[in-house]
Design a protein around this ligand. Structure first.
Ligand code: ZN
Ligand code: ZN
Length: 390
């Protein structure tokens, strides 16, 4: 039984209009100029103090109500490089760009919460409403932290959310500990001695060495990681050769790894290098591995998760909570904020994920039924993590 906060019909209508406006004008990493203006204008009109420029297009709205602790609520604002295929009236006006992850909805819900809490400040303290650019791939969350987010706005806790297709509307999922994985990328360059394909004995075969390495890397998850722990090593590119009858002198493999724990992440990187070097060496090929850490794993702190659970139960009821969701091997740059401050990241149910309704599908559209639920969660969270107004 969902209990949204009272009197939200008008606000929900406004959030729906904002969401569709943002959806029609998607902007990608660090180029969220229109979106940033849109957010800043709205926050100012609600009477918040607006700060701009963190991570280029980031916006922070401050809402103060007397003395008390400070917390941050965060939404992401960026779209993806996807060609939208929904044919909706509010479909993307920007070819090749699309809000296919629902960040339009996240932005609209946090704006709605800012407006509601500004009009009904049922808390004592300060809320920093953080609108972050470049969640997809480019780590806008990391850049905001590096640009001094927590020095400029010294909050004690930080909270985030994501709409979650595959989880019913009216449900909220959360858990203490890791909820999303660390995301790293790698590039392996193999250098050998190219030769005539009919005279392989005169060279060293980078393609053969590469295929053996791809196979060997699959043993990392099955033989080096503890059986109840998790890791994924996915080779997603294998580039070698230009013609039919030449064994190429170089081959390049690229891909991604996912892990939850730092120890496993370190071990995966080390084992990938060891296996590549040893196998390539056996074939007379040189191996050079470039391994780049992108996003750490998203880890919820226990105390903040308990507060988030209480706030969520106030909206979707105890029966609407999923307190033991399977963590996702996807990644989220909110992780960088959670490395700096205790906090919690929740998944808000967005309904079925089939028929193109999953995140990053060209047929995806944020489910507007989620708007009043996400709004209500933010409002209840403010009342839960901060002392009530006297
Ligand atoms: Zn996404
Ligand atoms: Zn997303």
């Amino acid at each position: 039984m969902v209990r949204t906060i009272d009197g939200t019909e008008a606000l929900t209508a406004d959030m729906t209009a904002w969401r569709r406006d943002l959806h029609a004008h998607p902007e990608t990493a660090f180029e969220e100029e229109r979106t940033s203006d849109f957010v800043a204008e709205k926050l100012a009109s609600f009477g918040l103090e607006v700060h701009r420029g963190l991570a280029k297009t980031g916006v922070v709205g401050l809402l103060r109500n007397g003395e008390g602790p400070a917390v941050a609520f965060r939404a992401d604002m960026d779209a993806l490089h996807i060609h939208e295929q929904t044919n909706l009236p509010h479909a993307s006006h920007n070819p090749g760009r699309m809000h296919a992850c629902g960040h339009d909805g996240h932005t609209a819900m946090l704006l709605g919460a800012a407006r509601h809490l500004s009009a009904h400040p049922n808390f004592q303290g300060t809320i920093a409403f953080v609108f972050q650019p470049a969640e997809e791939n480019e780590g806008g969350g990391r850049v905001m932290v590096e640009d001094g987010l927590f020095e400029t706005f010294p909050v004690e806790q930080v909270y985030g959310m994501h709409n979650w297709p595959g989880l019913e509307v009216g449900k909220i999922a959360l858990r203490p500990g890791p909820i999303m994985a660390a995301y790293d990328i790698f590039e392996l360059t193999l250098t050998g001695k190219g030769t005539h394909a009919a005279m392989p004995h005169l060279g060293t075969d980078t393609i053969l060495a590469g295929t053996q390495i791809v196979n060997a890397w699959q043993t990392i998850a099955s033989r080096s990681v503890h059986p109840v722990d998790s890791a994924v090593v996915s080779v997603t590119q294998f580039h070698a050769g230009d013609t039919w009858n030449v064994l190429p002198a170089t081959a390049v493999l690229r891909g991604t790894t996912r892990t939850f724990r730092k120890e496993v992440q370190d071990m995966v990187e080390r084992r990938m290098g060891e296996l590549a070097k040893a196998i390539a060496g056996g074939y007379g090929v040189e191996a050079e591995l470039r391994y780049e850490r992108r996003y750490p794993s998203t880890v919820n702190e226990a105390g903040a998760t308990e507060l988030a659970r209480r706030a969520a139960a106030g909206v979707v009821g105890e029966s609407g909570l999923d307190l033991d969701p399977m963590p996702s091997m996807g990644a989220e740059d909110f992780a960088f904020m959670l490395q700096q401050r205790p906090g919690c990241y929740v998944w808000v149910g967005a309904g079925p994920s089939d028929g193109g309704r999953n995140l990053h599908s060209p047929h995806y559209d944020f489910n507007d039924a989620v708007l009043p639920i996400g709004l209500s969660y933010w409002v209840r969270l403010a009342e839960t993590v901060l002392p009530r107004a006297a």
